[in-house]
Ligand binder design. Structure first.
Ligand code: GSN
Length: 221
């Protein structure tokens, strides 16, 4: 039995959450080494972080950083990166769109006042007028259950994560997008995903004031 992947990160979502999602969707159990202080992060930086940044995932004898490299490796290993080069390109293209949307959501809780208001407007506008219409069009266009190749891929996992995260902030975000609503229901019922969405899984909660403060302390010292 191969060793479980070990995820090194702080106790929150950030850029590791998509990796947790993907492993969970692939049915892979993983372990987490959570760091809670700047000293612990600095120790990792001095030893195993080539670019001084996390996420870091130990997997199959490698110590991988850069979330896209990690995601693509896991996706390819578990048959979630398409059947050929063209599918792979499409999957990465759609997955990058979802990541761009996630990037807006990731920073939002860390902002304050006017900056946060502006970010909310950008998030709301881009979710409803840029990203969701694009995915709605793809799903409605080919009428299949998943974005590419009629089977679940990295792109679908990134998209369901983005949808649920947008909805935490904007509950009616999917109201104009029937194909995305159906996609959300389908994806939420994939057994591995259903398990990840249930209480007690390794899914991290949205950041609250306390976790935001501790994350800022770790990175800003
Ligand atoms: O995709 C990646 O993994 C990298 N291109 C970016 C990783 C990154 O920015 N990591 C942050 C913490 S996670 N959230 O944003 C990080 O380690 N920042 C500290 C630093 O010195 O850059």
């Amino acid at each position: 039995m191969a060793n479980k992947p070990i995820l090194h990160y702080f106790d929150g979502r950030g850029r590791m959450e998509s990796i947790r999602w993907l492993l969970a969707a692939a049915g892979v159990e993983f372990e987490e080494q959570i760091f809670e202080t700047k000293e612990q992060l600095d120790k990792l930086r001095a030893t195993v972080l080539p670019f001084q940044q996390v996420p870091l995932v130990e997997i199959d004898g490698m110590k991988l950083v850069q979330c896209r490299a990690i995601l693509h490796y896991i996706a390819e290993k578990h048959n979630l990166l398409g059947k050929d080069m063209k599918e792979r390109a499409m999957i990465i293209m759609y997955s990058e769109g979802a990541m761009d949307l996630m990037e807006l959501l990731m920073m939002y809780p860390f902002l304050k006042g006017e900056e946060q208001k502006q970010k909310f407007t950008e998030m709301d506008n881009k979710a409803k007028n840029r990203y969701f219409p694009a995915y709605e069009k793809v799903l409605k266009g080919h009428g299949q259950n998943f974005l590419v190749g009629n089977r679940m891929s990295l792109a679908d996992v990134q998209l369901i994560e983005a949808i649920l995260t947008v909805e935490e902030n904007i509950p009616d975000a999917l109201s104009g997008f029937p194909s995305l609503q159906a996609f959300k229901t389908r994806m939420s019922n994939v057994p591995t995903i259903k398990k990840f969405l249930a209480p007690g899984s390794k899914r991290k909660p949205p950041p609250d004031a306390k976790s935001i403060e501790s994350i800022i302390k770790i990175f800003r010292g």
